[in-house]
Design a protein around this ligand. Structure first.
Ligand code: OSB
Ligand code: MG
Length: 370
């Protein structure tokens, strides 16, 4: 498709409740929305880089720079055939996966709209609705956490992930386990521990968790291998898996038993699909992670999670778990069986509420082929 223009929208949206992880606390979520025009059609993408370099080195600011000054010039006025062609064109930009993934998403939306196919159809998704859970930030106390868990169970979520950090894990996770002995429960450390904390990990190992997500360094695979050898609970890697190659390293090294696939972290939906395929051939479970996406990224995650290898519930909650007002006209709701419907309209299957987008916009730039 001949890319005619790209508009970047740096936005900030108030969360319904603050979200605290081992790397910080967010009350408003920033990201960069991408509007891309080609062949008289408009495609949307979400670059999930947030305000601070806490989860990733990328921020909305660095993504803005890379998108505007490096990625856009490589594709504006060019005929970009598909995701693979896009990846080849941006190959010489090292890293900056979140920036690349946002544009790849917009390209999929455009191609789907041109061909009258949903992302799910184009990916070969096999599910009409996908199993989901909720990711709960660090709360004030163990009892506050149990109350928060209860409120999500009342809403119908059947899998819970809790964020942990040093000193805020064993008591908290045990309290939730005591209150809900049969709950599908998992924890996410976002790289807050080292091998010196192995005894803490052993305590968590006795709590019948589905998985322990990213306990060690964000760029590590080797120490995770050592830790996994000490635990019966599967380690799931998030931050460490930045490409299909890293997925192969991790599985070959037995550093984890499960992979959290976030298409943004690995450089785009096409790369996420490649990791899904690689894991599926090896009977390794994957699930779709989340980055507090707007309705745009949520639609994309749902399409990805419709692939058959996504056998564990994703961090894809209903729109009202995140935002009172979203940038999409569509809102995603939780079904009674803790699932969310996969969009089935062409492309991402979403439309933009332009008033909402205007309300949340911090800055905007329109880029056109010269
Ligand atoms: O590590 O999975 C993570 C949100 C922002 C950054 C990193 C993570 C998360 C979440 C939220 O856990 C998942 C969601 O979108 O619900
Ligand atoms: Mg994580």
């Amino acid at each position: 498709m001949k890319i005619e223009s790209i508009t970047l929208h740096h936005i900030s949206m108030p969360l319904v409740a603050p979200f605290e992880t081992s790397f910080g606390r967010e009350t408003d979520r920033q990201c960069v929305l991408i509007t891309m025009r080609a062949d008289g059609l408009t495609g949307y993408g979400e670059c999930v880089a947030s305000r601070d370099p806490g989860y990733s080195y990328e921020t909305a600011g660095t993504a803005w720079h890379i998108l505007k000054d490096f990625i856009a010039p490589l594709i504006l006025g060019k005929d970009v055939a598909d995701a693979e062609d896009f990846q080849t064109r941006v190959e010489r930009i090292r890293g900056h996966h979140l920036a690349k993934a946002g544009v790849e998403m917009a390209l999929w939306d455009l191609i789907g709209k041109r061909d009258g196919k949903s992302l799910k159809q184009m990916f070969g998704g096999t599910r009409e609705k996908v199993g989901v859970g909720v990711s709960i930030g660090i709360q004030e106390s163990a009892s506050a956490l149990v109350r928060t868990v209860e409120s999500y169970l009342e809403k119908g979520y059947r899998r819970v992930k809790i964020k942990i950090k040093p000193g805020r894990e064993v008591e908290e996770t045990s309290a939730v386990r005591r209150a809900y002995p049969d709950l599908r429960l998992q924890v996410d450390a976002n790289s807050a521990y080292t091998l010196e904390n192995t005894s803490v990990m052993r305590s968590l190992d006795d709590l019948d968790l589905l998985l322990i997500e990213q306990p060690l360094y964000e760029d590590d695979i080797w120490d995770h291998r050592k830790l996994q050898a000490e635990l019966k609970t599967p380690i799931c890697l998030d931050e460490s898996i930045v490409s299909p190659r890293h997925a192969r390293y991790a599985l070959e090294m037995e550093a984890c038993k499960i992979i959290n696939i976030k298409p943004a972290r690995v450089g785009g939906l096409s790369q996420g699909i490649a990791i899904h395929n690689y894991c599926r051939e090896r009977n390794v479970s994957v699930w779709c992670g989340g980055m507090l996406e707007t309705g745009v990224g949520r639609a994309s995650n749902l399409a990805l999670a419709s692939l058959p290898g996504f056998t564990l519930p994703g961090d894809i909650s209903a729109s009202d778990r995140y935002y009172q007002r979203d940038v999409t006209n569509e809102r995603f709701v939780l079904n009674e069986d803790s699932t969310i419907d996969v969009p089935d309209k062409p492309g991402l299957g979403i439309t933009i509420d332009s008033e909402a987008l205007k309300q949340f916009t911090l800055s905007e730039v329109f880029l056109k082929a010269e």
